[in-house]
Design a protein around this ligand. Structure first.
Ligand SMILES: [Cu+2]
Length: 231
């Protein structure tokens, strides 16, 4: 292998570790829910991977050909094998599906009544995506572009839509991706619980300047949020 090819993984590791979008360092309940789903799927994947590798090594050792003239017979229609490798993957998928579906509903669904309450509290934010920016509109009419300000420890609901093509709203430390679709509304709810600044971006390829479609999210104390909102 030439040296350049050998260095590629190391180079990629260096570049990727400098990435400012951190999915596994959540700063909200929503982020933690998604983080735990990632951990659960990683755990299941490792169980399968380790089991397969152990069996692979054991079988290689145990059934190593000592006599090259003898080819073992094919196994056909063994009921117990068939049942095992059908039922096991189904069980794994069920274990993964239950928390995933629960989390998906808890993160996106908001009844009209709940939305109304949040609007009164001032934490229902309308997000309008367009090539290549995000505009945030607060219930008192305050608008800001590419600068999202949220109060700490308060539930915030977003209603998203798009002016042109499909975009995807993503703040990795606070919540998962949600599409912003023209002519349609989507919802997302987040309760940030750590003051700080988080990078957000569009996560759906939407045109030439897609990579520039970034915004900052500032999670601030309640009073600071009120002051900023009334400015
Ligand atoms: Cu976009």
């Amino acid at each position: 292998m030439n040296k350049r090819i050998k260095m590629t993984p190391l180079f990629l590791l260096l570049i990727l570790s400098a990435c400012d979008l951190r999915v596994l360092d959540p700063a909200s309940e929503t982020g933690r829910t998604i983080g735990s789903l990632i951990e659960l799927s990683f755990l299941l994947m490792m169980i399968v991977l380790i089991t397969v590798f152990i069996l692979f090594a054991v079988f290689m050792q145990k059934y190593r050909a000592k006599d090259y003239t003898c080819i073992p017979p094919d196994r056909k229609e063994n009921k117990w094998f068939e049942v095992t490798w059908t039922v096991l993957p189904i069980l794994l998928l069920v274990v993964l599906a239950i928390p995933a579906v629960q989390a998906t509903y808890s993160l996106t669904y908001k009844s009209e009544a709940e939305k109304g309450d949040l609007e009164e509290e001032g934490t229902h934010i309308e997000v309008t995506a367009e090539q290549y920016s995000f505009t945030f509109t607060y219930p008192n009419g305050k608008e800001s572009t590419n600068d999202l300000v949220l109060p700490v420890d308060r539930e915030v609901t977003f209603t998203l839509t798009s002016e042109d093509v499909v975009h995807s709203f993503w703040i990795p430390e606070l919540a998962g991706k949600i599409d912003a679709i023209p002519g349609k509304e989507t919802h997302l709810q987040v309760t940030p619980d750590e003051v700080g600044q988080y990078q957000g971006k569009c996560a759906e390829f939407c045109g030439s300047y897609h990579a520039e479609m970034r915004f900052t999210t500032r999670v601030v104390e309640e009073e600071e949020f009120e002051r900023w909102r009334e400015e």
